[in-house]
Design a binder for this molecule. Structure first.
Ligand code: 1CP
Length: 354
């Protein structure tokens, strides 16, 4: 018989939909606990250091072929259950109209940071098409990835991005960010609104280009107390997450133990738990909400017996509930032995299979 295939979706789509990672995002039963690692591509890998010796970091991010290659190579190297696009949360800074550089060993630097309402006027409304190189990297990576490995897109959450715009780089106490928030609340909400609209459009572009899930990184949300988080941040993160209902949304922050319920109210499908929070406690406080996490990245510096013990502890804390994606409680550290990363992934699979 000829005619159209009666199945509702192409076989590739079905393989992806049935992948342990996407099932766990939906809180469904899985054959083993899926695992991927934040910063699974990076300086702990020799091949990445080699690439970086030849290319400036932002050139890697902006070259779709290279960004796709790094994304796929990390998967081939350590065999996780999901890929994350090789990119950075700070690319949107340029679409907002400011200059971004990464200086050797010093992290990001933003010239002409936003310090007041005047600085806010200098920011552009993001045109998501300006980030077309990211969408192209997604299309290329999707084509090269194994058919059953979902690709995660991502962006920085409005608060974390705002902190870089205001501080001009990495910060310890976020004093300029908080001074802006407390002294100019109206300008603060305008700034956050502008970042949120841009980020929503950017993530929609990533979904259209073919990612199967997205992660919103609010890495520095833990710098805020609960009341300030609710007043100054939560509504903006909600707006971003509401804009992309088509794929599972993961919401990660560091130091969020004091905020966990409010963080959950942002509306993601999965809450990322950092390593300072007990996974058992997070489970108790979040009810049936799927969670991701939360091994301390430094455990990967220890020996295999100890890594296995600590994987066991995270799994025990989850107590066999569905809706657990294993991950670190923050990104892989640059000095991590790559064989320990591979061992971690194998161990999670072996300890949870069948
Ligand atoms: O090669 C190098 O020297 C650059 C190191 C590097 C890498 C590999 C940076 C600079 N960014 C990245 C990639 C990156 N960044 C990914 C790729 C996908 C992956 O494999 O996970 C992701 C998801 C990010 C996200 C990111 N960038 C975050 C959120 C996650 C987190 O770590 O909390 C943040 C805060 C950034 C900003 C950033 N990018 C890079 C640096 C050094 C920083 C500053 C970090 C800081 O302020 O402490």
């Amino acid at each position: 018989m000829t005619g159209p295939d009666p199945s509702p979706s192409p076989p590739g789509q079905d393989l992806l939909a049935q992948s342990p990672f996407l099932k766990a995002c939906r809180g469904q039963k899985v054959p083993f606990t899926p695992v991927w690692l934040m910063r699974q591509a990076g300086r702990y890998q020799e091949w990445y250091r080699g690439l970086r010796a030849r290319h400036y970091f932002l050139d890697l991010c902006k070259n779709p072929q290279l960004a796709a290659e790094v994304t796929v190579r990390a998967v081939q190297d350590i065999r996780p259950d999901a890929a994350i696009l090789f990119s950075d949360i700070l690319l949107i800074v340029e679409a907002l109209g400011l200059r971004l550089t990464f200086n050797q060993g010093e992290g990001p630097a933003i010239s002409g940071p936003v310090r007041d309402a005047l600085g806010l006027c200098a920011l552009r409304e993001v045109d998501p098409d300006e980030l077309g190189f990211v969408y192209e990297a997604i299309r290329l990576a999707r084509r090269e990835l194994p058919a059953d490995i979902p690709l995660i897109g991502f962006a920085g959450a409005p608060f974390t991005v705002a902190s870089y715009l205001i501080e001009g780089g990495t910060s310890r106490n976020f004093e300029r960010t908080k001074a802006f928030m407390f002294r100019h609340p109206q300008a603060w909400h305008e700034l956050m609104g502008r970042i949120a609209r841009g980020t929503a459009g950017y993530l929609r572009g990533q979904v259209q280009a073919g990612v199967q899930a997205v992660q919103l990184f609010d890495s520095w949300a833990g710098a805020l107390g609960l009341e300030d988080y609710r007043e100054f941040v939560l509504p903006h993160s909600q707006r971003v997450l509401q804009a992309i209902p088509e794929v599972p949304r993961i919401h990660f922050g560091r130091g969020t133990c004091g905020l966990l319920e409010a963080f959950d109210e942002a509306g993601a499908d999965v809450v990322g738990v950092d390593f300072l929070t007990s996974l058992a406690e997070a489970r108790q406080r979040l009810g049936s909400r799927p969670v991701q996490g939360n091994l301390d990245p430094s455990v990967l510096m220890a020996d295999r017996d100890y890594i296995r013990q600590r994987v066991g502890r995270v799994l025990d804390a989850n107590a066999g509930r569905p809706g657990h994606i294993f991950n670190l409680g923050h990104g892989v550290l640059p000095g991590t032995p790559v064989e320990n990363v591979r061992f971690l992934i194998e161990t999670v699979h072996e300890m949870t299979a069948g």
